[in-house]
Design a protein around this ligand. Structure first.
Ligand code: PHE
Length: 362
């Protein structure tokens, strides 16, 4: 009687725990959606110290007559679990073949290779041309004082010429000496900085830097680049300026390109000029196949401003204007590069849009 009772109790407990394990497994089986989860659950049930083995180890406590049945039931559950897991594995594999199953022997996906931005290409090429002429490559501050951008360039406070260089002001305590802090609107601010740095001519500088003006339309971006040439020495004349610009045009654009200078006005140069380079698309004629050249319309493309350094600028830089003279020019890097490539962009903002389809062409 005692034995029978004991057997019965054992049997009930045993069947309950088998049933519990089965339903727990079935629930967890449903939650499997990746191979990693599949592996975790396989280990949990079928691993060396998984639920099935733990259960099998209790066989030593099972009454002798029931050992056989116990073993058969547990092994039956084991087979059931193995079978269900195998089926699940196939299902997971077929659903998430690419995402989950990586064949490590396949060649990897190559990284997309970037290229240098066209403004960087232009900066390197421009620097190369001027380094052959012995010019110092500088990069004067983007955040500048009014003093260097205006006063030192013969544009006192309230002078209307400042309007030509619309300016971003930096929210910073103004200086008693240098005025307000601004984002440099042109690279000409580097002129008196270089004069103060070198102190005694000769000076040959090429300043390539970022400039800022608050314009945003198809032909303007608020951040752009300029390169500024400055040459100061004894006996420097306009012909040195023209010769240098010619040399640059032939080296940078090609041997067949010409330049011209036209009278203009800048506060910081006297006399002042605008500089043009002959169009490379129509070869300076302004006409292609009997119609107006779409790139230049006239045979010439405008490079930028230039002139002989104003005596007041030399003075502001600490240079004796009775002994020394000099020339300066300032051209836009983006514009210059577009002229080289014969590019006629409808909207120059594409330069900074980060669109690789545009950028990877250069
Ligand atoms: N700084 C002038 C501009 O941005 C260009 C310039 C530079 C003109 C040097 C004369 C001399 O328009």
């Amino acid at each position: 009687m005692f034995i029978d009772n004991f057997r019965l109790r054992f049997y009930i407990l045993f069947m309950e725990s088998i049933q519990q394990l089965r339903s727990q497994f079935q629930q967890e089986l449903l939650s499997i959606s990746t191979l990693t989860q599949h592996e975790e659950i396989s280990i949990k049930y079928l691993g060396r110290s998984g639920s099935i083995n733990t259960l099998l180890k209790t066989i030593k406590d099972v009454p002798l007559e029931q050992k056989k049945e116990f073993g058969a039931t547990v092994n039956g559950l084991k087979k059931e679990i193995e079978h269900a897991l195998e089926e699940k594995k196939q299902q997971v594999l077929s659903q998430t073949e690419d995402a989950q199953y990586t064949d490590v022997t396949l060649p990897g996906t190559p990284y997309a290779r970037g290229s240098v931005h066209l403004v960087t290409i232009a900066i390197e090429e421009i620097s190369r041309v001027f380094s052959k002429l012995g010019f110092n490559r500088m990069s004067y501050p983007e955040i500048e004082w009014e003093q260097y951008s205006f006063e030192n360039l013969n544009m006192p406070p309230e002078h209307p010429a400042r309007d030509d260089f619309e300016t971003f002001f930096v929210d910073h305590q103004p200086s008693d000496v240098f005025g307000k802090m601004i984002l440099s609107p042109h690279t000409s601010s580097g002129q008196t900085r270089e004069m103060q740095r070198v102190q005694k001519p000769p000076i040959r500088m090429i300043n390539l830097a970022k400039c800022y003006r608050p314009n945003w339309d198809a032909s303007h971006v608020p951040m752009f680049h300029q390169f500024e040439g400055l040459c100061v020495d004894t006996g420097i004349t306009i012909s040195h300026l023209k010769g240098t610009i010619d040399y640059f045009a032939k080296e940078f654009f090609g041997a067949n390109r010409k330049t011209r200078i036209r009278p203009f006005h800048f506060q910081f140069t006297e006399p002042s000029f605008e500089v043009d380079v002959s169009c490379g698309v129509c070869d300076g004629t302004g006409i292609i196949d009997g119609t107006k050249c779409k790139i230049c319309k006239s045979g010439w493309l405008e490079l930028g401003g230039a002139g002989m350094v104003h005596p007041n600028v030399l003075k502001a830089g600490g240079i004796d204007s009775d002994v020394y003279s000099g020339w300066a020019f300032g051209f836009g890097i983006e514009r210059t590069f577009m002229m080289k490539e014969g590019l006629n962009l409808d909207d120059i903002r594409v330069l900074y849009s980060g669109d690789v389809r545009f950028l990877e062409q250069f």
